[in-house]
Ligand binder design. Structure first.
Ligand SMILES: NC(=O)C1=CN([C@@H]2O[C@H](COP(=O)(O)OP(=O)(O)OC[C@H]3O[C@@H](n4cnc5c(N)ncnc54)[C@H](OP(=O)(O)O)[C@@H]3O)[C@@H](O)[C@H]2O)C=CC1
Ligand SMILES: O=C(O)C(=O)[C@@H](O)[C@H](O)C(=O)CO
Length: 291
């Protein structure tokens, strides 16, 4: 990209970027409440997908070493011309890299692939309790944080007992717990444990990978507001203070999923979506998943 194109992009992005609200993490860092996830996007397609998301106005990107597409995310960031401090980039340490030294190496490898000098948020991807390695892995994240190499650290797929184990050892309280959460699996005990400890709940698969978009009450609320089912489900999350990271490789859906800040659901509408809980887990249970 030429310097002129980059300046033009910056100018257009300043004009077109919708105001995405932020949540304040427990260390004072601001995190966009809505970001863009890239699970299952092949690396070769990730650059175009992330570029479309950045063009639409997303500024927070959620990737992971295991997704195999950090390089694609990095290329889109480099090409975008968007200032690094306007972006919020999250990645995660995979199970095979648990342990103090291996995690420090994994962080460096993620930065290398992303072409970045630091991340905004680094997460332990899964606790894998059978391996009992997450406390030691957490020590490595604390080291990265203490050394100023990452702006915030957190966990993913942690159940209340895993948070309790970290707390019992003292140290840094995770800023975020990224867990499966959508109308069909509301993970209320985990969200309550997060809130009680000052940890932000970030919902993965916030659309249940599409499984809740055909539900009658979601469609009825969508029709009432002149919105799509996906927009209703995202609004349901946002009004409860959660961070969401919907994924789509479809440009129209990428834009649609961001267009959720100009309307509100009523208390009755939120309650109607609450009724869709059905223990509808789409991924593995964290207590049992060992990679
Ligand atoms: N920490 C963890 O363990 C996990 C983290 N994650 C993170 O969460 C992100 C989101 O979760 P993910 O599992 O991808 O699932 P989502 O709930 O975001 O759903 C994605 C699916 O919904 C479709 N979709 C997206 N928007 C719309 C729309 N507006 N209307 C209709 N269909 C739509 C997409 O299709 P299409 O792309 O074809 O448009 C895709 O099939 C991941 O990308 C990843 O970053 C996910 C799983 C586990
Ligand atoms: O997408 C993620 O972030 C995950 O950790 C999982 O989906 C995991 O990679 C998986 O595929 C479990 O079956």
């Amino acid at each position: 990209m030429t310097a002129h194109t980059r300046r033009q992009n910056e100018k257009e992005s300043a004009v077109n970027t919708p105001a995405i609200p932020t949540v304040t993490l427990n260390n004072g860092i601001e995190m966009p409440q809505l970001g863009y996830g890239v699970f299952q996007v092949p690396d070769a397609e990730t650059t175009d997908a992330v570029a479309a998301a950045l063009d639409a106005g997303y500024r927070s990107i959620d990737t992971a070493a295991v997704y195999g597409n950090e390089a694609g995310v990095g290329r889109a960031i480099a090409d975008s011309g968007i200032a690094r401090d306007e972006l919020f980039i999250t990645s995660k340490v995979w199970i095979s890299d648990h342990g103090f030294d291996a995690t420090l190496r994994a962080y460096d490898a993620s930065l290398e692939r992303l072409g970045l000098e630091s991340l905004d948020l680094y997460l332990i991807h899964w606790p894998t309790p059978a391996l009992a390695t997450y406390p030691e892995t957490w020590r490595a994240l604390e080291r990265l944080y203490a050394d100023g190499r990452v702006r915030a650290i957190g966990v993913s797929n942690f159940e209340p007992e895993h948070l309790e184990r970290l707390a019992s050892e003292g140290g840094v309280v995770p800023a975020v717990n990224q867990v499966e959460l959508h109308p069909a699996l509301q993970n209320r005990a985990v969200a309550a444990a997060n809130a009680q400890r000052g940890i932000i709940t970030e919902a993965w698969s916030p659309l249940a990978q599409g499984a809740v978009l055909g539900d009658g009450s979601v469609i009825e609320i969508a029709d009432r507001h002149g919105k799509t089912p996906a927009q209703i489900v995202l609004r349901w999350h946002l009004q409860q203070g959660r961070v969401v990271i919907p994924k789509s490789v479809t440009p129209a859906r990428i834009a649609e999923n961001l267009d959720v800040f100009g309307f509100e659901l009523s208390a009755d509408e939120l309650a109607a979506v609450d009724l869709l809980e059905r223990d509808g887990r789409t991924g593995p249970h964290p207590a049992e998943f060992n990679g």
